[in-house]
Design a protein around this ligand. Structure first.
Ligand code: COA
Length: 260
């Protein structure tokens, strides 16, 4: 694994992918997406891996896509978009037919929350806040969140999160079906790991086929939505609205959308 910000290790049948860029709140760069995609593929291919654990750093799961990358190295548009590292990561997560468990160690923003929609088990620190502020950034939802979030919680509660970008607590994440349980911050990784270890005692073929069956009815719709969102997202990244939002973030001020 060449990216220093993604740690990958296999121990006792569990492949752990740890996001480790605390100084930038675990913001995800293109290199980090590529490394996570590679790690997921290795976990999928390695026979002794029975489950995958995705985790962050104390107090931060991930602040989402690196906004500097959004400005200077945005994913391609049109057919190129599907080759970009973020789409490779999405594809690898969707293709993983081993159980994926997320330990949400702290704030989960943007793709930090939407990736959870495609994990099988999600445990959240009681100190974590989640948010999908795509629209506030001049963007549109990604990773099929425009499909899955309304399905999970109904259109109106989804609108609070996807249109207004309202943050929500760990308890609310459980209540609306995004997470399984809230754990004390000091316990969340251990708890997620204990769940992952349980798959060592289960028949792996049956687990894989059961997961495939559970995901199959949605699979095509999820992929189609990711492509549709991706086409709009790529154009939005280059829009004056998004440029204003990104500049405002780095200038530590509120964005001003009054001129649009
Ligand atoms: N992309 C790039 N840099 C980011 C980042 C991101 N998504 N999130 C945080 N950072 C950087 C900050 O610019 C800052 O860098 P600096 O020390 O060089 O100034 C550093 O990480 C610390 O972030 P800061 O905002 O000071 O920490 P905080 O504890 O006050 O707030 C967050 C933490 C996660 C709430 C806040 O950083 C945030 O809202 N980040 C952006 C989330 C976002 O909009 N993501 C995109 C979703 S599509």
């Amino acid at each position: 694994m060449t990216c220093p910000h993604i740690r990958f290790a296999v121990l006792d049948g569990v492949a752990t992918i740890e996001i480790a860029r605390a100084e930038k709140k675990n913001a995800l760069t293109r290199e980090m997406y590529s490394a996570m995609a590679q790690a997921l593929k290795e976990a999928q291919a390695e026979g002794k891996v029975r489950a995958v654990l995705i985790t962050g750093q104390p107090g931060i799961f991930t602040s989402g896509n690196d906004i500097e990358d959004f400005m200077s190295r945005p994913p391609g548009q049109g057919s190129d978009a599907m080759d970009s590292p973020v789409f490779q990561f999405m594809q690898a997560l969707l293709s993983c037919d081993k159980p994926v468990i997320a330990a949400v160690t702290g704030a989960a923003i943007g793709i930090g929350t939407t990736l959870l929609l495609h994990c099988d088990f999600v445990y959240v620190s009681d100190e974590a806040r989640l948010a999908m502020p795509f629209v506030s950034l001049g963007l549109v939802p990604e990773f099929a969140s425009s499909l899955v979030v309304p399905q999970l919680m109904g259109h109106r509660r989804a609108a609070e999160k996807l249109l207004l970008g309202d943050p929500f607590t760990a308890e609310q994440a459980v209540e609306c079906g995004i997470a399984n349980a809230v754990l004390p911050a000091s316990e969340v990784v251990n708890h997620a790991r204990r769940v992952a270890l349980r798959f060592n005692a289960l028949p792996p073929g049956a687990v894989r086929e059961a997961k495939q069956l559970m995901r199959a009815p949605q699979r095509e719709a999820v992929l189609k939505t990711i492509r549709e969102e991706g086409a709009l997202f790529g154009a939005r990244l280059r829009s004056p609205e998004a440029q204003e939002a990104f500049q405002a973030f780095f200038q530590k001020r509120k964005p001003d959308f009054s001129q649009f």
